[in-house]
Design a protein around this ligand. Structure first.
Ligand code: R5P
Length: 310
């Protein structure tokens, strides 16, 4: 069975890099809008009888990219794709995996059901907000981790007096993974979220006094979490030396403004979503293309992918 790679419009740069690694061209498709802004999707390339990998993260505008993903998936199904895998390097709605108040939806579950209804047969995701999200999916999920490649990229910036900091309890397992790979201790901040933009912190657990800090997280959205973590760490008398690494660099809302005033020496993230433009703060992007290309190659050959998220 031939392999075919198709991409929505969310992250063409990454799709092209993955295609180059696989030695393939991207399957041609047309994305247009009707005058009332309704999306229209049409495959131009032939996917009949093929093992199709549809790459589309759900970076902003989240709902548009999600719908593009669903419609492209259905187009592949109806055009006779033999096997259909969604490669979703960043999956939005993953933070709404439980109901914190009454009268809310279980949004992660709804999105997982939507992807199944769109006829995806399997999903490849990278550093989901929580590994437990797999439970929301009735279709098989290959959950990859970008931590090994990000840890390698940041290795030159850490010393024996560096401590890895999880800026909230949810990032504790991720921080442990960095800690194992970089042989460094881990501290954890107890964060409480007041709103989409505002967070407050309670105590810092672990020894940070006098230490340089490597803050790790699955994603940076508005930068509120990183900003609050840095304030708490400075209050706890860490050294004013911060490196920040995250898998998904969304940088929305006040993120650019926040990072301009933060004492961050190095900022790294992966290319699960396109890098921010006009950000005015230096950053480094680590490509997921080798990991995704290798995973696609493994799945195509019915072999298990290597770096599953720990
Ligand atoms: C939340 O639990 C996540 O792991 C991130 O810490 C959070 O989503 C980052 O968002 P922001 O940058 O807006 O604080």
């Amino acid at each position: 069975m031939d392999l075919s790679l198709l991409s929505g419009s969310a992250n063409i740069g990454l799709a092209n890099s993955v295609a180059r690694k696989l030695g393939l061209g991207l399957c041609d498709r047309l994305l247009t809008r009707f005058p009332d802004t309704e999306l229209h999707v049409e495959l131009r390339g032939n996917v009949r009888g093929k093992d199709v990998y549809l790459l589309q993260p759900t970076n902003p505008p989240v709902d548009e990219h999600l719908l593009e993903l669903a419609l492209l998936a259905d187009a592949c199904f109806r055009s006779g794709a033999a096997r259909l895998t969604g490669v979703i390097p960043y999956l939005g709605y993953a933070r709404q995996d439980r109901r914190t108040h009454g009268r809310e939806p279980l949004s992660t579950r709804v999105i997982a059901d939507l992807l199944g209804a769109a006829r995806l047969q399997r999903v490849v995701a990278v550093n989901l907000h929580s590994p437990a999200i797999e439970g929301a999916f009735s279709l098989p999920l290959e959950h990859l981790s970008a931590v090994p490649i990000l840890a390698e990229a940041v290795r030159s910036s850490v010393a024996s007096k560096t401590v890895i900091v999880a800026p909230d309890l949810g990032a504790a397992k991720l921080a442990d993974h960095y800690g194992e790979l970089l042989h460094l201790p881990v501290a954890i901040i107890h964060k409480a979220r007041l709103s989409g933009e505002e967070v407050v912190v309670r105590p810092v657990f672990g020894e940070v006094k006098g230490k340089s800090v490597l803050i790790v997280d699955d994603m940076i959205s508005t930068g509120g979490t990183v900003e609050t973590a840095i304030k708490a760490l400075l209050d706890a008398e860490c050294a004013p030396d911060f490196v920040v690494v995250a898998t998904h660099g969304l940088f929305v809302g006040s993120a650019a403004e926040r990072f301009r005033s933060l004492p961050v020496r190095r900022l790294l993230f992966a290319d699960s979503v396109p890098a921010p433009t006009g950000f005015l703060v230096p950053f480094e992007v680590v490509s997921l293309a080798p990991l995704l290309a290798e995973t696609i190659q493994c799945l195509h050959n019915d072999r298990p992918p290597g770096d599953l998220a720990g």
